[in-house]
Design a protein around this ligand. Structure first.
Ligand SMILES: *[C@@H]1O[C@H](CO)[C@@H](O)[C@H](O)[C@H]1NC(C)=O
Ligand SMILES: *[C@@H]1O[C@H](CO)[C@@H](O)[C@H](O)[C@H]1NC(C)=O
Ligand SMILES: *[C@@H]1O[C@H](CO)[C@@H](O)[C@H](O)[C@H]1NC(C)=O
Ligand SMILES: *[C@@H]1O[C@H](CO)[C@@H](O)[C@H](O)[C@H]1NC(C)=O
Ligand SMILES: *[C@@H]1O[C@H](CO)[C@@H](O)[C@H](O)[C@H]1NC(C)=O
Ligand SMILES: *[C@@H]1O[C@H](CO)[C@@H](O)[C@H](O)[C@H]1NC(C)=O
Ligand SMILES: *[C@@H]1O[C@H](CO)[C@@H](O)[C@H](O)[C@H]1NC(C)=O
Ligand SMILES: *[C@@H]1O[C@H](CO)[C@@H](O)[C@H](O)[C@H]1NC(C)=O
Ligand SMILES: *[C@@H]1O[C@H](CO)[C@@H](O)[C@H](O)[C@H]1NC(C)=O
Length: 825
């Protein structure tokens, strides 16, 4: 099934990239001021949108200053070719592997005691060259920026601190390196490094970020001492005439590029370690008119798709991908059928399966015919095999993988069958292989349910059915046939409850702390059930006043007596709530159990629900929201781990969280909570909860654990951060309608400002903001095992435990929406 959303997102991402790209490059060529290249101590540059005039070299060939990054008012301190309209950056500083990105208004000062100092508008240090005793700086016509002392001796040079590019006249010695960028437009440290090793060997390797651990090289000059002493490399030289070679200890040269160099007098020449791991030399005429771009003179390795294997680390394209070589020897990355890009904005990050695969999932589905098989020729993932079968036939190879729940792909070649499991790595196309790849692709889940569509559970507000369905399917990360499954699971669930309940009801003993009221008493207290406070799935809540010691305002929940189970439900709830005591939970005062009537009496909280608090025109304060988030988390932790009987709430949402006089969050409505014995951590029950907050496992026939509450908490946390509803198609454009998706996208793009709608208080507390967003993303992981438990959540929120970078919340199915189905609705 085509992934429409994916395609649209991808197209959008491309447009955005293109815009960024053009805005970066279509800058007017700077007006050249007459200069001798010398910069005095005390001189400074400011990062401003337009007409920021950089420091120029005497010939005007090179500029040193701020390059705009995209359209976010961010700048990169850099050196570039001043006369080439398409800005080509040849140097930029890194700080802790990150590009030292400077917000608008940042300043670069040349100081005597610290060299170059880059500060944010708030005065924070962004980067420093270091070094003292500086008399002046010089931007040399070679593109080298040099800090000099009083005697014009060099103290520090950009040539000695290269990033991803070498210029003629530049050399790098042993243990020095070049580092690639993340991508064409992201200048943070990327996955590739070129290093002149201590033994004289010049190597290119992948590194495993965020550490600098280097895998085995996929390119090497082998310029070690070997058999001939003195033949080890001393330095990598890019000489002023444009020749690039490893200079050996004995004076010999190992040329990287063969043949004549292009004229360095008439051309700009550079050698760059590209973000995709290709080390290449380019040239560009100095005297040109119109459209002229960089010409490739030489590059290595010849086929990076083939050269990165096994211990050289995962391929250029990341896991589960397929690498193919373009004409210019640069790699292109794709995903096999049934997989899609992990990050739609970045094809080099790898692919994720659009489905869950594994023995547990296969077993749960209990249907044999789960998979289709896609066949690809000459495509191989040379590692990740777990078994090799020989002699074998192609059919048997396919069959064997098909029957094996561990097997994701089988490769067949010359009577041999390799069965492989996820993640697949180093995938590439190689026409010389003569192989077949059998890829198991999970069938659309809809084709597995032959059941007629049962009536949908409550859908009170369905203004626009099309968009609601679309929104929910996206949210739940399942197919549009959610409703089928929902129904089916409901039925299944109820059967389970029936069985369990019948066994259990006899054991329920009421806690004597609770008061028992007569129906009449409560009728009087609520003035005949007149003032309605709200409605939940199991009944209506009324306001009332009771004389118990003193006059107490109460909320009386009148349960609908519709189903047989309610009786047990009622006793369950009483028994559970009667034993809970926590400041972040609403207290139950008493109950009424008279004939057909079932009522619960709770303390009344003065400040209403979290929903009415959050979703108003005026945002509540950031501090208050933070406190509420902590409160909800603590209440949930208590329910999950601290009370005598573990309670899964199953319906955490802002409507079920109340605020007391002090705006302390108090979780209410345990009406849906399922009792679990402490030693019984996993169970199946009916689908509970409210759409938009419901964890995906409800729809997947997976075990229901406390992690469903963690999921809902994640959604609520995002709502608290953003002060908006989790699904809001009315007030938002398509990409913002689903809060979880939108926030994750913003997070990926580093646009947390947008998430809080540029709210000043929140932006002033960016650490907390970022931390909370990251925790929320951990909580909404589709895979329950990735979600933290509430204890961990609290530790992360409180900063006791470091929050790691969260993965994509829905790697399995960031959903296929069948447009034709939607239009039929
Ligand atoms: C460069 O020009 C500045 C003034 O613009 C002058 O102070 C400085 O001495 C000059 N440097 C050289 C090396 O000519
Ligand atoms: C940089 O120079 C500007 C202008 O002279 C000055 O206002 C600012 O304080 C300087 N910053 C530093 C860190 O020296
Ligand atoms: C550039 O710097 C190098 C080394 O400091 C020096 O030898 C060379 O003359 C300078 N070139 C120019 C054009 O200033
Ligand atoms: C660049 O990539 C790094 C690492 O993936 C990321 O942390 C950073 O936010 C990105 N920067 C931009 C400007 O996208
Ligand atoms: C650069 O190297 C080439 C080849 O080794 C040599 O012919 C040329 O003279 C060198 N140029 C300079 C400026 O050292
Ligand atoms: C640059 O090109 C122009 C026109 O093509 C020509 O007149 C000029 O002599 C060239 N200059 C150099 C330095 O080659
Ligand atoms: C310049 O480039 C643009 C877009 O890349 C292209 O449309 C145009 O034809 C080019 N002009 C010349 C003279 O090559
Ligand atoms: C400038 O860069 C853009 C974007 O990569 C490209 O489309 C265009 O062809 C380039 N123009 C020249 C003259 O290189
Ligand atoms: C692979 O095996 C499956 C299961 O037997 C079968 O449905 C499918 O048609 C086979 N595919 C090929 C290409 O043999």
């Amino acid at each position: 099934m085509p992934n429409h959303i994916g395609a649209r997102k991808l197209a959008m991402a491309f447009t955005v990239r293109l815009l960024l790209f053009s805005s970066l490059f279509l800058l007017p060529v700077s007006v050249f001021a007459q200069t001798n290249g010398s910069i005095a101590v005390g001189d400074f540059l400011t990062a401003t949108a337009a007409n920021s005039s950089p420091w120029l070299s005497p010939s005007g060939d090179f500029a040193f200053g701020f390059s705009p990054l995209g359209s976010n008012d961010l700048f990169l301190l850099s050196i570039w070719y001043a006369k080439i309209p398409n800005r080509t950056v040849v140097w930029y500083p890194l700080r802790d592997n990150e590009a030292a990105v400077a917000p608008k208004g940042s300043t670069l000062n040349l100081t005597a005691n610290s060299g170059l100092v880059l500060k944010s508008p708030q005065g924070d240090d962004l980067w420093k060259s270091g070094t003292s005793g500086v008399a002046n700086g010089v931007l040399n016509d070679t593109g080298n920026f040099v800090l000099q002392d009083r005697n014009s001796e060099s103290l520090w040079e950009t040539f000695n601190n290269p990033t991803d590019t070498l210029l003629p006249g530049q050399t790098i010695g042993r243990s020095r390196q070049l580092s690639s960028r993340q991508s064409e437009t992201n200048y943070s440290k990327g996955r590739f490094q070129l290093l002149l090793q201590e033994d004289g060997n010049l190597v290119i390797s992948t590194i495993n970020l965020p550490t600098n651990f280097a895998n085995s090289p996929y390119y090497a000059t082998d310029t070690t001492s070997g058999t001939v002493a003195g033949s080890e490399g001393k330095e990598l030289v890019f000489n002023a005439s444009g020749y690039l070679y490893v200079l050996r200890e004995n004076g010999g040269k190992y040329n990287l590029a063969v043949g004549e160099a292009v004229s360095a007098r008439d051309n700009y020449i550079r050698a760059t370690l590209n973000f995709d791991g290709i080390f290449a030399q380019y040239y560009h005429p100095k005297n040109f008119t119109g459209n002229v771009s960089w010409t490739l003179r030489w590059s290595d390795p010849d086929d990076i798709c083939q050269s990165i294997t096994e211990d050289s680390g995962v391929g250029v394209c990341g896991y589960n991908s397929i690498c193919t070589l373009k004409g210019d020897k640069r790699p292109t990355c794709g995903c096999p059928t049934g997989f899609s890009l992990l990050d739609p904005n970045d094809p080099y990050r790898g692919c994720k399966p659009d489905f869950i695969q594994g023995c547990e999932e296969d077993e749960l589905s209990r249907t044999k015919d789960l998979y289709d098989v896609e066949v690809l020729t000459n495509t191989d993932w040379p590692i990740s095999d777990f078994v090799q079968l020989k002699p074998f036939t192609a059919e048997k190879c396919n069959e064997s993988c098909f029957q094996d729940c561990l097997c994701a792909v089988a490769i067949f070649r010359s009577e041999t069958c390799w069965k492989k499991k996820l993640p697949l790595s180093n995938g590439r196309v190689d026409t010389s292989l003569n192989s077949l790849a059998f890829i198991k692709v999970r069938k659309d889940i809809s084709t597995l349910t032959g059941a007629p569509q049962p009536p949908c559970p409550d859908d009170k507000k369905k203004k626009s059915q099309t968009t609601v369905i679309r929104a929910e399917s996206v949210l739940l990360g399942t197919s549009i046939f959610v409703n089928f499954i929902l129904g089916a699971a409901l039925c299944l669930g109820f059967v389970l409850i029936f069985r369990k309940k019948h066994v259990r009801s006899a054991e329920i003993v009421l806690d004597s702390n609770l008061r028992s009221f007569s129906y009449e008493e409560l009728q009087e207290a609520t003035n005949g059930f007149t003032e309605e406070l709200g409605r939940g799935a199991f009944g209506v809540v009324y306001k009332g006043v009771l004389q118990i010691g003193s006059v107490v305002q109460v909320a009386v929940k009148k349960l609908n007596y519709v189903m047989q189970e309610i009786e047990k439900e009622f006793k369950t709830e009483l028994n559970v709530i009667g034993q809970t005591h926590h400041k972040n939970l609403v207290r139950l005062i008493g109950y009424c159990d008279e004939g057909q009537q079932r009522l619960l009496v709770y303390e009344l909280l003065s400040n209403g629900t979290l929903a009415s608090f959050l979703f108003t025109d005026i945002k509540p304060s950031w501090r208050q929201r933070i406190e509420i988030a902590y409160g909800v988390a603590r209440g949930l932790l208590y329910l999950h781990e601290e009370c005598s009987t573990q309670i899964i709430h199953c319906d955490i949402k802002p409507q079920n969280i109340l605020l007391d006089d002090y705006y302390t969050a108090r979780i209410s409505d345990f009406g849906l909570a399922k009792l679990l014995m402490m030693n019984q951590s996993r169970t199946h029950t009916a689908i509970r909860g409210t759409k938009g907050y419901v964890a995906p496992e409800w729809f997947r026939n997976m075990p229901i654990t406390t992690k469903v509450d963690v999921y809902s908490f994640g959604v609520v946390l995002l709502e608290i951060i953003c002060c908006r509803r989790s699904v809001d198609v009315e007030n938002n454009c398509e990409e913002k309608a689903i809060l979880t998706d939108w926030v994750y996208d913003c997070y990926l793009q580093g646009e947390l400002d947008a998430v809080v709608d540029y709210e000043v208080q929140a932006l002033g507390d960016k650490t907390t903001l970022e931390k909370f967003v990251m925790v929320a993303i951990w909580c909404i992981q589709e895979d329950p095992s990735l979600r933290p438990n509430m204890k961990k959540v609290i530790q992360m929120l409180e900063g006791v435990v470091e929050v790691k970078v969260p993965p994509c919340p829905s790697p399995f199915a960031r959903t296929c929406i069948d447009e034709s189905f939607v239009s039929q609705v």
